[in-house]
Design a protein around this ligand. Structure first.
Ligand code: SAM
Length: 253
C-alpha cells in the first residue's frame, strides 16, 4: 500500500482471534486510525491507534469519515465483523463513494481484505451443511423490501439450495424468521436439518441442531446464523456427537 494515506476495509472474523487472517493483522499493525462499530473495534488489541467508534446503523456516515481521514493522510482500517464484503462495511464504502457530490475520495488508495465470515464458522462447527450448492440471504428488511426477500427464499427453496440466514431476528424484527420458515416448509420435509449457530467463536457460543418441524424462531437472536438444509442434508453420529452435512453428490448422478 502507499506510504501516504490509505484505507483498508478489514474483517475481524466472527469471534475467535485465531480466525483473523495474517493480512488483516498486518494491516491493523500499520494503521494509524481504526473506524467502526464499537463492538468490532474493541476486538482489536490496543497499539496506539486513534479509535473512531460509532453506532452500528451509521454505515454511510462512518464510511465518509474514514474516507476523509485517509484523504488527509491517515492510514485507516475500517473494521467489520466477519468478512467486510458480506452484509458489512465494504459495500457501504463504495456506496458512499458513488453518492459523493465531490471528488475528494477519488484518489484514496482503497483495499478490501477478505476474512472469515460467520457462515464458514457455523458450517465448520456443525459439520459441513454447505457441502453442496447453497445460498446466503439476510433477513433484514431495513434496506430491502420483505416481498423481495420472500421471493428469493421461495425460489431458493424450490431449487433445493441449502440456505444460510444472516440477521435472522432483532429487537425490531421479530416475525421475519418465522415467515421465512413457513415458506421453506412448503417445499421441504419436516425432518430437514436446521442448524442455529450462536456467537460462534466467542465465550457464549452455542450450537443447536434441530429440524424444520421442531424449529422455533425464539431460539435465535441477533448473534445467530441459521442454516436450513437441502433435501439431501443429513445428520450423522460421530465421536459421540451429531454432525450435519450435505453430500457432494446428488441423487441419480
Ligand atoms: C450484519 S451481519 C454481518 C456479517 C459479517 N460481515 C460476516 O461476514 O459474518 C450480522 C449477522 O452475522 C451473523 N453472525 C455474525 N457473527 C456471528 C457469530 N459469531 N456466530 C453466528 N452468527 C454470527 C448473525 O446472523 C448476525 O445477525
Amino acid at each position: 500500500m502507499s506510504e501516504h494515506g490509505w484505507l483498508a476495509v478489514v474483517g475481524v472474523g466472527p469471534g475467535d482471534p485465531g480466525w483473523i487472517t495474517p493480512e488483516t493483522t498486518a494491516i491493523l499493525g500499520s494503521a494509524t486510525d481504526l473506524v467502526g462499530y464499537a463492538g468490532y473495534v474493541e476486538r482489536v488489541a490496543d497499539s496506539g491507534h486513534t479509535r473512531h467508534v460509532s453506532d452500528n446503523r451509521e454505515e454511510l456516515t462512518r464510511a465518509g469519515h474514514a474516507l476523509d481521514l485517509a484523504a488527509s493522510g491517515a492510514r485507516v482500517a475500517v473494521i467489520s465483523g466477519g468478512d467486510p464484503g458480506i452484509f458489512a462495511m465494504a459495500a457501504a464504502l463504495w456506496e458512499a463513494i458513488e453518492r459523493a457530490d465531490h471528488d475528494r475520495w477519488q484518489a484514496v488508495d482503497v483495499r478490501i481484505a477478505p476474512a472469515v465470515s460467520a457462515i464458514q464458522a457455523v458450517a465448520a462447527r456443525a459439520g459441513a451443511p454447505l457441502g453442496n450448492d447453497f445460498c446466503v440471504i439476510s433477513l433484514s428488511d431495513n434496506l430491502k423490501p420483505w416481498a423481495q426477500i420472500e421471493k428469493r427464499i421461495d425460489r431458493a427453496a424450490d431449487a433445493d439450495f441449502a440456505m444460510a440466514f444472516y440477521n435472522p431476528i432483532s429487537r425490531a424484527r421479530r416475525w421475519q424468521l418465522g415467515a421465512a420458515m413457513a415458506v421453506i416448509r412448503g417445499y421441504r420435509d419436516p425432518a430437514t436439518p436446521v442448524v442455529l449457530g450462536r456467537a460462534v467463536g466467542r465465550a457464549d457460543e452455542a450450537l443447536q441442531i434441530t429440524d424444520l418441524a421442531r424449529f422455533s424462531p425464539g431460539a435465535a437472536d441477533m448473534s445467530t446464523l441459521v442454516v436450513v438444509g437441502a433435501s439431501t442434508t443429513r445428520v450423522i453420529e460421530q465421536g459421540g456427537g451429531r454432525r450435519v452435512y450435505t453430500p457432494r453428490y446428488y441423487p441419480d448422478t
